[in-house]
Write a protein that binds this ligand. Structure first.
Ligand code: DX5
Ligand code: ZN
Length: 216
């Protein structure tokens, strides 16, 4: 059984807490927090202050996705009582092992993400240390893009590798998930499904969340 982590990137920021409450009521299990710096990705989203504005407004744990350069400089800002995962990009970390240990010692579970063109082999040596691997199914930077199908094959290969190695990290997929392709995503072996525009871009956030949650 997979769980849903709606991305607040596609929420209406002028009523963020309301939108989040609707997704929570619909059965979301995490809040996916997309942080973009305008350097690692060609877009700027928001920082820790916006995420922290939700403290006390939601019971959902935070799943923080840092699409930023020099993540080590900012990790502590994202540690809160609701922060469960902090995920960094392999492509943004020169000393990935050090950064993963830093996340854990700061008090969060550690995730590592790879872009669509980055091979699994780039993270092979860190798999024994991570709590989650986030497979990007779009080039990060924007919500509302189309899922790149090769990401599903990558998920299948990663799930197989996890079995062979006997590890227990979660597999998350992010980008282009819709109500129409979510089953295919879960069947590939995804544990945590991120959906931004499919949830927050819909007319009825609670109903759409429920629909996705029930189908996965
Ligand atoms: C992409 C972000 C995603 C994105 C997902 O850079 O990391 O989390 O917001 O949005 P959708 O589901 O609309 O592709
Ligand atoms: Zn994301």
């Amino acid at each position: 059984m997979a769980i849903l982590a709606p991305s607040i990137l596609s929420a209406d920021f002028s009523k963020l807490a309301d939108d989040v409450a609707r997704a929570e009521k619909g059965g979301a299990r995490f809040l996916h927090v997309d942080v973009m710096d305008g350097h690692f990705v060609p877009n700027i989203s928001f920082g820790a202050a916006v995420m922290k504005s939700l403290l006390g407004k939601t019971g959902l744990p935070f799943d923080v996705h840092l699409m930023i350069e020099r993540p080590d400089d900012y990790l502590e800002d994202f540690i809160t009582e609701k922060t469960e995962y902090i995920t960094v990009h392999q492509e943004a970390c020169t000393h990935l092992h050090r950064t993963v240990q830093h996340i854990k010692s700061a008090g969060a579970k550690a995730g590592v993400s790879i872009n669509p063109a980055t091979p699994l082999s780039a993270i092979e040596e860190i798999l024994c240390d991570v709590d989650m691997v986030l497979i990007m199914s779009v080039n990060p930077g924007f919500g509302g893009q189309k899922l790149i199908p090769s990401a599903l094959d990558k998920v299948k290969r990663l799930a197989k590798l996890r079995d062979e190695l006997g590890y227990d990290f979660k597999i998350e997929l992010d980008g282009g998930v819709t109500i129409d392709n979510v089953m295919e995503v879960v069947d590939a072996g995804v544990d945590i499904v991120v959906a931004g525009s499919a949830v927050f871009g819909s007319d009825d956030i609670e109903k759409t969340t429920k629909k996705i949650v029930e189908s996965i």
